[in-house]
Design a protein around this ligand. Structure first.
Ligand code: CTP
Ligand code: MG
Length: 231
């Protein structure tokens, strides 16, 4: 069975407030997207990579692909208005009957090869896999008026990362059910599996380095991580 990586790179990056979507922001002359692609390209268990991008940035993607000559990039697919739609487009671009699929945020450029391997391995036994880390902060639930509703026990809480891994048929089914229900704004793919109760979702241990570049501070953190890696 082949292992696919779908790299979601079709967002606008509004919260970072840069003049380009954050996946195209360069640190040391390399875009965040390239750092992410490098990891999947060089991982010996990944067979194919699909990149989901906004059609407005097709030229930029073509430039990146020509420059790097990635062997595993099989297709570039256009994304949609939400992450869920982008993911739907990515998943449905896979034409094989059976496959393991890892769906990863392009803006998590420090995912470790071990996390990728752990997800692929867990998919031998589970049809859905999430990656998460413990929360050092207590997480609280509030209502729409910012009134505290509950303080869930921290030991049962985790902070989700990507990749999230799936048996291809299971994730396709989840996306189809959501589409038929008119749902298009679920921010993570495991959320869909859970919503439709399609499989147990095994949670693999992630890493604190696997940050999602979201706010301006995350760019500074990314620069520091790259500096540390180059020492
Ligand atoms: N993403 C996508 N298609 C969308 C929205 C998001 O492919 N319509 C991707 C982003 O490119 C990113 C990942 O999903 O790699 C996680 O989303 P997020 O961090 O929210 O990125 P953006 O939506 O780009 O940022 P923001 O919400 O601040 O605008
Ligand atoms: Mg977003």
């Amino acid at each position: 069975m082949k292992n696919y990586a779908i790299i979601l790179a079709s967002g606008k990056g509004e919260r970072t407030g840069l003049d380009v979507p954050k996946q195209f922001f360069s640190i040391n002359d390399r875009t965040i997207l390239e750092y992410t692609l490098d990891i999947f390209e060089s991982h010996n268990e990944i067979d194919y990579i699909l990149i989901v991008v906004n059609s407005l940035f097709a030229d930029r993607i073509n430039f990146i692909l020509e420059k790097n000559n990635y062997n595993k990039v099989k297709d570039v697919i256009f994304g949609g208005a939400t992450r869920q739609i982008s993911s739907y487009n990515g998943v449905n671009a896979i034409t094989e009957i059976n496959a393991k699929v890892l769906i990863h945020d392009a803006v998590r450029p420090f995912v470790s090869p071990k996390t990728i391997s752990d997800c692929i391995k867990a998919l031998d036994n589970y049809k859905a896999v999430n990656v998460a880390i413990d929360s050092s902060d207590t997480i609280i639930e509030v209502d729409s008026h910012n009134i505290l509703k509950s303080v869930p026990q921290r030991r049962y809480l985790r902070r989700c990362q990507t990749p999230q891994g799936f048996d291809l048929c299971t994730i396709k089914k989840a996306h189809e059910l959501a589409k038929n229900d008119g749902i298009d704004n679920i921010t993570d793919d495991c959320g869909l599996i859970l919503k439709y109760n399609l499989a147990d979702i095994f949670v693999v241990q992630g890493s604190v380095y696997n940050i999602k570049i979201t706010y301006p501070l995350d760019i500074e953190i990314a620069k520091l991580i790259l500096k540390k890696e180059s020492i």
